[in-house]
Design a binder for this molecule. Structure first.
Ligand SMILES: C[S@@+](CC[C@H](N)C(=O)[O-])C[C@H]1O[C@@H](n2cnc3c(N)ncnc32)[C@H](O)[C@@H]1O
Length: 419
């Protein structure tokens, strides 16, 4: 029961916002940084030493906003399906290219260039303006915000198109997929497959270059998700402490992470494995000076591992597979494992109830977990689920530590092959 003299929730939240914003401003001023705004050239990121304050403000403002919303409005905020309409149209009709950086364009000019009705242009853009994606500095004139400037990056546009073309059609099929295949762990028994003629994500990507381009945009957009960018890997684990080691980077795609690690740690020799079609030609991206340190090998995840190494690095691999399949992937490594070999798994560890993870980040993690369901029939895992997975694969997989950070949506599970 609430204490009689406790401050009401909205007062408590408002006080939290006031104090955290004041501290944030002091921190910004101390570093000579400007306050965040919608201005086109406003810095989109805050320095990491202010992230905790930022998280406090984000969570308190969201809660204050949401506790004041009426229930229907709260549900609509999250369930409303029309947000993507204007974003998709802006990208599809290349409207951002029609607004010069630092300048502006009229709805009339955009209507002429897109061959759309001016009234429709105004409706679409005012919808985006209501989400702070663009701004209307004077009636019927549109200009960039920092958000539209970001959306104008070509691969971010590809990602946005991926959301509307590839993700959106799958959403209404989720309930149908669950009813049709309630216990399925198959990648072609998903909402995505229902929306794509029965094909799994990987089957579509292999046969549709346009979809593959959009998906690649989505993968590159991950560079902007906390802790998911390639360069973050180097900072998140003490690679230097490993000494001279050979690492097999399982499912390493085109080797970008391996190249970054090798350029920063001379002690590492990396062998990147992935499906033959994925890594074909990837060697060309390796600078001459690193050729001895980054090599490639076609290898299927479920095939027996043939390469001996000190470390096997699985980055964003196991989350795409259900337990049954992930167990097979882990077991496939066993014939190559020497005593003491490390398996580093970099994936999400979902926050346990009551954890101090910021709510805004938990929402992001849980929405990715939902997406894994409708794309792959897989899931992100809580720590107890990771432990159960490892034990089911083999009792000799021993979880030694979990490296987590509020700066990262991914954690590293350090597993030792303990025989
Ligand atoms: C989400 S990506 C992660 C890529 C990379 N590890 C990274 O961190 O960016 C999943 C990777 O698994 C690879 N993959 C999927 N199925 C595979 C299979 N059957 N055999 C080998 N690799 C596979 C994909 O080609 C892709 O590179």
């Amino acid at each position: 029961m609430a204490l009689a003299n406790a401050a009401p929730l909205i007062v408590e939240l408002a006080a939290k916002i006031t104090s955290s914003v004041a501290e944030l401003q002091v921190g910004l001023a101390a570093q000579g940084l400007e306050n965040p705004s919608w201005a086109e050239n406003s810095p989109p990121y805050l320095p990491s030493n202010l992230h905790q304050l930022r998280d406090e403000v984000l969570d308190a403002t969201a809660e204050l906003h949401e506790v004041l919303l009426e229930p229907l409005m709260l549900i609509y905020k999250f369930a409303g399906v029309s947000n993507v309409v204007s974003i998709d149209s802006i990208v599809r009709f290349k409207i951002l290219d029609m607004i010069p950086p630092g300048g502006q364009a009229t709805f009339e000019e955009i209507a002429q260039k897109t061959n759309l009705d001016k009234r429709l242009v105004r409706r679409l853009l005012r919808h985006a303006i209501s989400m702070h994606i663009l701004t209307e500095p004077e009636p019927d004139v549109v200009a960039h915000t920092k958000t539209s400037k970001f959306l104008a990056i070509p691969y971010i546009g590809d990602w946005a198109t991926f959301e509307s073309h590839d993700t959106w059609p799958a959403i209404p099929r989720i309930g149908e997929a669950i009813e049709k295949w309630p216990h399925s762990e198959e990648a072609n028994e998903t909402a995505y497959a229902l929306a794509n003629g029965g094909k799994s994500v990987f089957e579509v990507l292999g046969s549709d270059p346009e979809a593959a381009k959009r998906f690649a945009g989505g993968a590159k957009a991950l560079d902007h998700v906390p802790g998911c960018g390639d360069a973050f890997v180097a900072t998140f684990y003490n690679w230097a402490s490993l000494g001279d080691v050979r690492i097999v980077n399982v499912g390493g795609q085109r080797g970008s992470v391996a190249i970054d690690l090798a350029s920063k740690f001379e002690n590492l020799k990396l062998l990147v494995q992935d499906s033959a079609a994925v890594i074909d030609g990837a060697d060309a991206a390796v600078p001459e000076s690193l050729k001895e340190h980054v090599k490639f090998m076609p290898h299927e995840l479920f095939e027996t591992q043939t390469e001996q190494a000190d470390v096997y690095f699985f980055r964003m691999i196991l989350r795409s597979w259900t337990d049954q399949k992930a167990i097979k992937i882990l077991q496939a490594q066993i014939p190559a494992l020497r005593p003491g070999a490390k398996i580093l798994i970099q994936d999400a560890v979902l926050p346990a109830p009551g954890s101090d993870s910021p709510l805004w980040r938990e929402r992001l993690l849980r929405s990715v977990d939902m997406a894994l369901k409708f794309y792959f029939n897989s899931y992100d895992r809580h720590l107890d689920e990771w432990k159960a997975l490892l034990a089911a694969a083999d009792q000799r997989f021993v979880l030694r530590r979990v490296i987590e950070s509020n700066e990262s949506n991914l954690s590293i599970l350090e597993v030792h092959w303990d025989v």
